[in-house]
Design a protein around this ligand. Sequence first.
Ligand code: GTR
Length: 431
Amino acid sequence: MKRLLLTTSIVFALFLICSQTARAQRPKPNYDEAKVPQFTLPDPLLTSDGKQVDSAELWWKVRRPEILRLFENEVYGKSPAAPNNMLFEVTSQKNDALNGKAIRKEVSIYFTGKKEEPRMDLLIYLPAKATKPVPVFMGLNFYGNHTIADDPEITLSTKWMRANQEKGVVNNRATEKSRGTSASRWPVEQIIDRGYGLVAIYCGDIDPDYDDGFQNGVHALFNKDGKSKPAADEWGTIAAWAWGLSRAMDYLETDPQIDHKHVAVMGHSRLGKTSLWAGAQDQRFALVISNDSGCGGAALSRRRFGETLNVINNAFPHWFCDNFNKYIDKEDELPVDQHMLVALVAPRPVYVASAQEDQWADPRGEFLSVLYAEPVYKLLGTSGFGAKEMPDVNQPIKQRMGYHIRTGKHDVTDFDWRQYLDFADQHFQGS
Ligand code: GTR
């Protein structure tokens, strides 16, 4: 008994020491503009062998593929090609959802040609009165499709989810209480009233958001012979989520009710990092939106303001590829920075949003990524961004590139959605 007590106290003491060291090691975030280090950004319009990119041809043939490879190898990791035997199954359809305003359907995507896990479920709302294929917004969510609207007919996800009492998650599973708990982030009616559809997907269908050595989710389907996890330059979780968005796009291309040439991919926070990476790689996404995506998303890594590579790679070791760890506290050695991710979306419309109380995500760093990607947009003959200074709060900029910083905290609000809908109108109507 005594020995048991002694062992327990030693284990507890060790635990305390370890957790305190971990805390002590976690660098204090910088929120002081004066302490942002001097840095030089890699030039999106200079090839690795020093040639100035002065034509669209040189961009498409040389520099763009070069930048894409660098993000694959050093940041997010390379993803596999689309499987050629995917199965799409419509599992429910209701033509008078939302008081008759919307068609609501659910579609399951199987990746192996067989009805086996992992399976990705799409929840789709489309305006019921549409007479032609409709443009849609597509976005991943954090806690299941049943959270985006309080509708008992939406299938309740049975997948693993992160613990969250407010979202009614019990033992890492959704409950009836979870329904509609993220509805404030998804104004489905407003989207339908404006003539758009919405495609929602739970990110955990593609890869559950925890570090399990890539044993679950889609990674396990693609492990190379004899390997049990991706190599240092192969896909992490963000890349897997982005890959899932592209697989959803594969389905949209087959759905005659959807205008697949006008799909806007939108994501918040870690899922905003994901929408940018999806839009950067897959040019079928006609418009790309990053909501408060921060470090590893729209914010410049070299600024080291708020969340840094050190913090993000230690807190979420599964999000990026292993090579990204090389740049912890060595941001200046990165061959890219996040303005080049925005540049990969060019010339397609891109919108980056920040929130004033979301300093962790570095609003100024998010703005600067748009600004420093502008030369690529200009080279490709678009209006670009048109702003040189950060706008005042709640004063959106909407050219080919869009940006706003709104009042409030890290979240997705009606204000954000109004800008996205207006931005989509501006670019999709008549095109
Ligand atoms: C935070 C993380 C951010 C952001 C956020 C989220 O903990 O530090 O990079 O992704 O989570 O996704 O809500």
